[in-house]
Ligand binder design. Structure first.
Ligand code: NAD
Length: 250
């Protein structure tokens, strides 16, 4: 097996979605053995079939912390090791701030933050053994806030703090942890229509990406995952990598 990631066992959550699928494909193309996880069984099966070989697909619900953590156990049961975890599954909930329901807040925090915590915590021991790494998906929303998406922005900010804490706490154990902050990416989530009454100026500002008609491609984010789990990033830990075509700065 050839490639920068030859033979590495890498858990990829959200693997049925835009960025997750692109990441699983990119990791496999570089020689890794991705373990696909998502709640979308049909989507998972499509990706698994496309990758072929003996790629394993695990369905779970990220709203359930125990089910999330069990992905690590299920991966170990199949492959006996874990070299990296790419936490990509996520949801986006929009509403005007004053109208956000507490149930929506709780669900976004559970899926986008608590699930990531549960997976990372369970992954620590196997990653100590492999001297492996974690790459978590945040968002540029975490860095500046995001109007009409308070729970999302807060969960993604939590992902950065979680990632950096793990990086610091387990550096001596040989575990690296990094966060990626995508800008607008052309996926079902990234293409969400604006809210009624939302600020059109803001939408316009967010969409001005030079040369990319406002959006990056899932493959642009997948390339960052592949780099961060590889030995090319062996001295990179605790970093927050924006992949947004400078969207945040405009
Ligand atoms: N698309 C963007 O513009 C953008 C920007 C910044 C960050 N992100 C982040 O990138 C990640 C991937 O987003 P995407 O654009 O590929 O979205 P997507 O909707 O295409 O994919 C998300 C995947 O997560 C899965 N998922 C959602 N809830 C789940 C649950 N409860 N249990 C298990 N799986 C669940 C979905 O089934 C889906 O396959 C997310 O964490 C998202 O917040 C996306």
């Amino acid at each position: 097996m050839k490639g920068r990631l030859a033979g590495r066992i890498i858990l990829v959550t959200g693997a049925a979605g835009g960025i997750g699928r692109a990441t699983a494909e990119r990791l496999a193309a570089e020689g890794a053995v991705p373990v696909l996880a998502d709640r979308d069984r049909a989507g998972l099966e499509t990706v698994r079939a496309a990758l072929g070989g003996d790629v394993v697909a695990l369905d779970y619900d990220a709203a359930d912390a125990a089910a999330s953590a069990s992905l690590v156990d299920r991966t170990l049961a199949v492959h006996g090791r874990l070299d990296a975890a790419c936490n990509i599954a996520g949801i986006y909930a929009r509403s005007h701030f004053a109208e956000m329901a507490i149930d929506d807040w709780n669900r976004v925090i559970a899926v986008n933050l608590t699930s990531v915590f549960a997976i990372c915590r369970r992954a620590i021991e196997p990653l100590k053994e492999s001297r492996g790494s974690i790459v978590n998906t945040s968002s540029i929303a975490a860095l500046d806030g995001l109007p009409y998406a308070a729970a999302y922005a807060v969960a993604k900010a939590g992902v950065i703090a979680l990632t950096q804490t793990i990086a610091a706490e387990f550096a001596a154990a040989g575990i690296r942890a990094n966060a990626i902050c995508p800008g607008g990416v052309r996926t079902p989530m990234g293409g969400a229509a604006p809210l009624p009454g939302a600020d059109p100026e803001l939408a316009l500002r967010r969409s001005r990406l030079p040369g990319l008609d406002g959006f990056g491609d899932p493959a642009d984010i997948a390339a960052a995952f592949a780099y961060l789990v590889s030995d090319d990033a062996r001295y990179v830990s605790g970093s927050v990598l924006t992949v947004d075509g400078a969207q945040r700065l405009m």
